[in-house]
Design a protein around this ligand. Structure first.
Ligand code: XIL
Length: 359
């Protein structure tokens, strides 16, 4: 008994000694090493560009730890789902602004920027669009009315929009979406024009994933945005989702970021998360070593982003806040820990990694 007590006291004093050096070592070796960052240090105050999160409105309303973390850490917010077509425009003549307006009000009260996501996408399409019958002019009117009603509603409140999302397949061909089928390839350019007419002050982005996969998709995306720019289509930025994984080749991240910057447009890392279990191992746990690896990967991406010209740094947005809220676990049906906060909204080593990226 005495021995046990002594052991407990000893491990306590070890934790204290370690925390003075900047990290606490947990006697439980499967728990990640928690960074000791002063409580008044936050992501939004420490980074030289906006740092954002995608937010879930239900959690924002009901989970106090979630809400407090959002208020404290981030300067920019994207609605994870509340500004998608399925949420905002459920029927042809019905718009539901409830959740999106809640977020806009929350952002105003807490001095956050709102990035709008997304006006034209092949997913989150309500049945009235997929079943819509009409000639080319009717489809054009649908597109224009959809974009302009939404952008007008949020004029002066939403700083920027992902106008078109995921228009490419991974092989670099245009995705055979309903928009391409009904409107032809220039629906992309016209979507930007319609959005710009409705709010000339909003910054307009083309958003996609896979810039870091390799040259095929990346080149297709870069060719599109360069073509839009050359034609004088009002495009201001390129959004790289960066739903990535810890074992992606680092030079692929670097190339993705630097080539996006070479367009001269603003660059938004718009949906960052770093999956730690890309091989879907159902029994994997986040070991301290794996958590440290994740920290290094976050640091690498942030450092590469921080090196592009300041005027092009629109910001980095992670796709939600904590490992408890990530879409990755549900979407891929596996345990994973892709975000900088753990299930209890404690800062992970990845949080320290983000700060290290701008040292
Ligand atoms: C995801 C959300 O996170 C999920 O909650 C939803 O069920 C499906 O959409 N690329 C995008 C995002 O542009 O809108 C997606 O968000 C993730 C992939």
């Amino acid at each position: 008994m005495k021995k046990l007590l002594l052991l407990a006291m000893l491990s306590c004093s070890m934790v204290l000694a370690c925390s003075k050096r900047g990290v606490t070592t947990d006697p439980n070796p499967t728990a990640p090493v928690v960074p000791v960052v002063p409580d008044n240090t936050t992501l939004q105050n420490s980074l030289p560009f906006p740092f954002g999160a995608a937010v879930n409105i239900g959690l924002l309303k009901t989970n106090t730890a979630y809400r407090a973390t959002v208020v404290k850490e981030y300067s920019s917010l994207t609605a994870e789902n509340a500004m998608k077509t399925g949420s905002l425009h459920p029927q042809q003549n019905t718009y539901d602004w409830t959740d999106a307006d809640y977020l806009v009000d929350f952002a105003k009260q807490n001095n956050k920027r709102i990035h709008g996501h997304t006006l034209v996408w092949y997913k989150s399409l309500p049945a009235w669009i997929t079943n819509f019958q009409g000639d080319a002019a009717a489809w054009e009117n649908l597109l224009k009315t959809h974009i302009q009603t939404i952008v007008t509603h949020f004029k002066g409140k939403v700083a920027s929009w992902d106008v078109v999302n995921e228009a490419f397949e991974d092989d670099g061909t245009l995705r055979n979406s309903i928009w391409l089928q009904k409107l032809g390839p220039d629906y992309i350019a016209r979507s930007f024009q319609y959005a710009h007419e409705a709010d000339p002050d909003a910054l307009l982005f083309y958003n996609d994933y896979g810039h870091e996969y390799g040259p095929t998709k990346r080149t297709a995306i870069l060719n599109l945005v360069n073509n839009l720019k050359t034609r004088g289509i009002p495009i201001n930025g390129i959004g790289m989702q960066m739903h990535t994984r810890y074992n992606m080749t680092e030079s692929n991240w670097l190339t993705a970021i630097t080539t996006a910057a070479q367009t001269g447009l603003k660059v938004h890392i718009s949906e960052l998360d770093i999956a730690m279990n890309p091989d879907d191992n159902q029994s994997l746990t986040l070991t301290p070593a794996l958590a440290q690896t994740q920290a290094q990967k976050y640091a690498y991406i942030v450092k590469a982003y921080n090196a592009i010209p300041k005027t092009q740094q629109f910001g980095i947005t992670t796709w939600n806040v904590s490992d408890a809220d990530t879409w990755i676990t549900g979407n891929y049906n596996r345990p994973d820990w892709p975000l900088p906060f753990d299930n209890n909204y404690n800062r992970k080593p990845a949080y320290q990694g983000i700060l290290d990226g701008v040292k």
